[in-house]
Design a protein around this ligand. Structure first.
Ligand code: NAD
Length: 290
């Protein structure tokens, strides 16, 4: 078993971005700028935002954290997003999810300019991604693709099983892996909560690559996989003892894997790196750079 180390891969990608940014800045351009919107107080969101801001600094970007109280209205948030959309000094904006219950996340996502939607959640970007066109691609799914590429894991013609169909992970990764675009050309089965248990087992047991994003610790067990499987564990679950674990029973399953992502230090790191790639692309689009 070998580790698909998200830290090593993310650091390499960010170092590459940072040298590109240094070149742009040396030629007289301003730095890329990311704006992060955080609403309320939610411990995991605080830590995700912190790592995004830290990564901006490693990539040579400027970043700005806009904090809003839990009670902010949807309209106030939308007005601020409209200002950011119109501000030429901001290349990309993300709204950290989840939002408080009184705010509809879809309204907020749809209000972000597709040109600044570095999370890749806007329907325009999602549509372009689905069609295999140039787009900001949802960061976690894009990060998984980058990780597979970095470790030269063959994907073409492989049988991939995705467990979980969220709009931010399961759905986009199932599309990306099946598309004929950069990385992909796999045969993909997308499973979800309504997939009958036996069908799920039939699929996972013959999968070459499994991507699991369900949010249930230890969901994927040893008996569900074949020898040599490539396991991508997207889950981030905090146990009562404070330990962070994924959706895979790592101890037992890793013995059967050819490759597996650790949690932490796997997909989470790649999500942030993919955000940096998207932000650089937004900046390059702004300045008509190649
Ligand atoms: P979600 O929490 O929105 O939905 C869970 C998905 O799991 C649903 O699509 C549901 O159909 C599926 N599911 C639930 N039980 C199932 C079952 N028994 N069989 C098959 N499918 C089942 O999904 P999400 O937002 O993608 O989050 C999933 C996990 O990934 C969470 O732990 C989350 O914290 C983590 N996550 C990690 C990153 C990262 O950067 N590493 C990014 C996003 C989410």
């Amino acid at each position: 078993m070998k580790l698909l180390d998200g830290k090593v891969c993310a650091e390499s990608l960010v170092a590459d971005i940072s040298s590109k940014v240094a070149g742009y800045v040396n030629s007289g351009l301003r730095k890329p700028h990311m704006t992060v919107i955080l609403v309320g107080e939610h411990a995991p969101s605080e830590s995700y935002v912190k790592s995004k801001i830290k990564s901006c600094s490693s990539a040579g970007f400027e970043s700005e954290l806009l904090r809003f109280p839990e009670a902010v209205t949807e309209q106030e948030l939308l007005s601020r997003i409209a200002m950011i959309n119109a501000d030429p000094a901001t290349d990309g904006v993300i709204v950290q999810l989840p939002l408080p219950k009184h705010i509809n996340p879809q309204h907020v996502i749809n209000a972000i300019s597709p040109d600044k939607d570095i999370d890749g959640f806007h329907p325009t970007n999602f549509g372009r991604m689905t069609l295999g066109q140039k787009a900001f691609r949802p960061a976690t799914a894009y990060g998984i693709c980058k990780l597979l590429q970095f470790y030269e894991i063959p994907v073409k013609a492989k049988h991939c099983v995705v467990i979980g169909r969220s709009n931010i992970v399961g759905k986009p990764i199932s599309i990306m892996l099946s598309n004929d675009f950069e990385i992909g050309n796999a045969t993909v089965t997308l499973t979800h909560i309504e997939t009958p248990r036996q069908l799920l087992l039939d699929e996972t047991r013959r999968a070459d690559i499994i991507v699991v994003a369900v949010g249930i610790p230890g969901f994927v067990t040893e008996d569900m996989v074949k020898d040599g499987v490539v396991m991508i564990d997207v889950g981030i679950n905090r146990l009562e003892n404070g330990k962070i674990v994924g959706d895979v029973d790592f101890e037992a399953v890793s013995r059967k894997c050819s490759w597996i992502t650790p949690v932490p230090g796997g997909v989470g790191r790649m999500t942030v790196a993919a955000l940096m790639i998207n932000t650089l692309m937004a900046y390059q689009n702004n300045f008509n750079l190649a």
